[in-house]
Design a protein around this ligand. Structure first.
Ligand code: TUI
Length: 320
């Protein structure tokens, strides 16, 4: 067992939450992660409002454990997605790509835990002040929309700056990563890329196989010049972005090139001209397996990793 105060806050068995990935994180994946003892999250992304409502209802049928919804704040109809999430009532929301300050209280008033992603120390402190129950500290190793700083440097700074539980994300895909995050002072981890390769994840198999084939240098960050940098697996689309950015393309043209490309990758398995959002940890993902097995393996590996550290301690102590 690896219980932390995050487990008590969320009513979960293991301190592992699943990233709220747009298109990828459907009710099926979220319920499988929650049933496996972690916290599953439905990726609200750009979902039409009524689709989000039906995904929340589906998750409630598939699990009686706590689960969450991720609200991606760059979505044009975000106010409607907030409304539907409030109406349906979910145990947890996470937020990404913006500041959820204006609606934290509406969720807290109905007992929903609110956990924003924070890419800086200042935003973490602001979020704690306005009532966030925990924060997700996502380093630039993560997939999708990323900040500048690495998990390794950002997590301990935010652990020092706030008193709510900190969840580390970005670059974590196995038990060693979980132990490293705990060593940095985090109370748990969020993983996206590893859970794309869960059996229950409805993403196209081509996408999963590209993640499994990925090696250390196979991700890149595109669209930096738009102000919304996105980490993806390198492919023909990422090279097209790179070429256009080098030529000084207009932001509108780059944004235009991105439209519909995540859907194409996730739903149609378009691996050449789709947006294969994935973190640097793709190189650590080895197989497709059920979400519960992913969680159990990570917890067991984390325990083995802690035992290894303990044995280093025992060998080292007599010398000090
Ligand atoms: O949101 C994510 N990852 C995402 S969102 C996404 S969909 C998308 N597609 C195209 C362009 C942009 C997004 C794919 N992956 N992760 C959480 C995250 N949040 N990373 C960074 C942030 C963040 C950035 C700024 C959170 C807060 C923030 O605040 C700025 C402010 O308003 O103070």
């Amino acid at each position: 067992m690896l219980r932390t105060r995050l487990c008590d806050l969320l009513g979960i068995e293991h301190p592992i939450i699943q990233g709220g990935m747009a298109w990828v994180a459907t009710a099926e994946l979220a319920a499988a992660v929650s049933n496996g003892g972690g916290l599953g999250i439905i990726g609200g992304g750009h979902m039409p409002t009524e689709v989000l409502r039906s995904e929340i209802r589906k998750a409630k049928l598939l699990t009686d454990k706590p689960f969450g919804v991720n609200l991606m704040l760059l979505t044009p109809h975000i106010d409607e997605l907030i409304q539907v999430t409030l109406e349906e009532g979910v145990p947890v929301i996470t937020t990404g790509a913006g500041n959820p300050g204006s609606f934290i209280n509406s969720f807290k008033a109905q007992g929903t835990k609110v956990i924003p992603v924070v890419p800086t120390v200042a935003l973490a402190q602001r979020m704690e002040k306005v009532g966030a129950d925990a924060v997700i500290v996502e380093g630039t190793e993560a997939g999708g929309h990323v900040g500048e700083l690495t998990t390794m440097v950002l997590v301990p700074q935010i652990v020092d700056a706030v008193s709510v539980p900190v969840i580390a994300a970005g670059g974590i895909a196995d038990g060693r990563g979980l132990v490293a995050a705990l060593a940095l002072g985090a109370s748990g981890v969020q993983m996206g890329t590893r859970f794309i390769c869960a059996t229950e994840c409805t993403a196209h198999e081509n996408y999963k196989l590209k993640i499994i084939a990925a090696k250390d240098r196979d991700t890149t960050v595109t669209a930096r010049s738009t102000g919304h940098p996105v980490r993806v697996l390198k492919n023909k689309l990422s090279r097209e972005f790179e070429k256009l950015e080098k030529e000084g393309a207009k932001i509108e043209d780059l944004e235009e090139l991105g439209i519909g490309k995540l859907r194409a990758a996730v739903k149609d398995g378009e691996v050449d001209f789709g947006s294969l959002m994935a973190g640097q940890s793709a190189a650590l993902v080895k197989r497709i397996e059920p979400a519960a097995d992913i969680i159990n393996e990570i917890v067991q590996d984390a325990q083995a990793s802690i035992l290894r550290l303990e044995s280093i301690m025992r060998e080292t102590l007599p010398l000090t």
